[in-house]
Ligand binder design. Structure first.
Ligand code: TMP
Length: 228
């Protein structure tokens, strides 16, 4: 049985760091992982990503933007997510359906029902087992993202990082609304607590899920037959 985990959050929420840490943790336990991302994850998806994030594409309409994210997702689900779900593997995906609701729905004002319908279509109805929503105030996230860009010597900010603070506040509100609607699936983690504490919370939830799904059971003590 597989486990499908997604990571979501506003810009600069520290998703990438946490995904990498979780991948290392699972690999040490001998649990196979598939790390992937949206938009992207497939050759076509990565090309669509370049179009979507190009800061020169300011004239892109909210509908074109939504359809491009959905096109990248349809390809990603067909090529990567579905085949991985058939294997005994943990899928770690950097953003998925919720991002379209938060960014295009709440952020850009695209009709939420339309975004939900398109999501169902492109993801073939697949939902993550758990979603970690790494949350922080939008101003802090943007400051972190801009620091990261400077460190990585990125010349320009991405199309979304250039958006006004109000846009990022709407996105955050959207994410928190999704979490309120689906508290069982979406776990909100306050990233102001620092990288270590955030990882500890993620690790604990993932460990519980691994046990529930019977993945990596060789790491869990076998019951003593004498006590049965
Ligand atoms: P990343 O910076 O986390 O890799 O994500 C790329 C950008 O794409 C980020 O600004 C969020 C945005 N995005 C959407 O607007 N809608 C979506 O459906 C997805 C998957 C990402």
């Amino acid at each position: 049985m597989s486990l499908f985990i997604t990571f979501e959050g506003v810009e600069g929420s520290g998703k990438t760091t946490q995904i990498r840490r979780l991948k290392r943790y699972l690999s040490r336990k001998g649990i196979p992982c598939k790390m992937t991302r949206e938009p992207g994850g497939s050759a076509i998806g990565e090309k669509i990503r370049r179009i979507l994030l190009d800061p020169g594409h300011g004239e892109m309409t909210p509908l074109s933007e939504t359809l491009l994210y959905e096109a990248a997702r349809a390809q990603h689900v067909k090529e990567v997510i579905k085949p991985s779900l058939r294997k005994r593997v943990v899928i770690l995906c950097d953003r998925f359906n919720d991002a379209t609701i938060a960014y295009q729905g709440y952020g850009r004002g695209v009709d939420l029902r339309l975004a939900e319908r398109l999501n169902r279509l492109s993801s073939q109805g697949i939902k993550p087992d758990v979603t970690f929503l790494l949350d922080c105030p939008s101003t802090l996230g943007l400051r972190r993202a801009s620091y990261r860009n400077r460190m990585l010597k990125k010349e320009r900010e991405g199309r979304f990082e250039k958006e006004k603070i109000q846009f990022h506040r709407r996105v955050r509100k959207g994410y928190l609304a999704i979490a309120k609607e689906e508290p069982h699936r979406v776990k909100v983690i306050d990233t102001r607590e620092g990288e270590e504490k955030v990882f500890e919370k993620i690790r604990r939830i993932v460990d519980e899920l691994l046990i529930a799904k019977g993945i990596g059971h060789r790491d869990i003590e076998a019951p003593n037959p004498k006590h049965q």
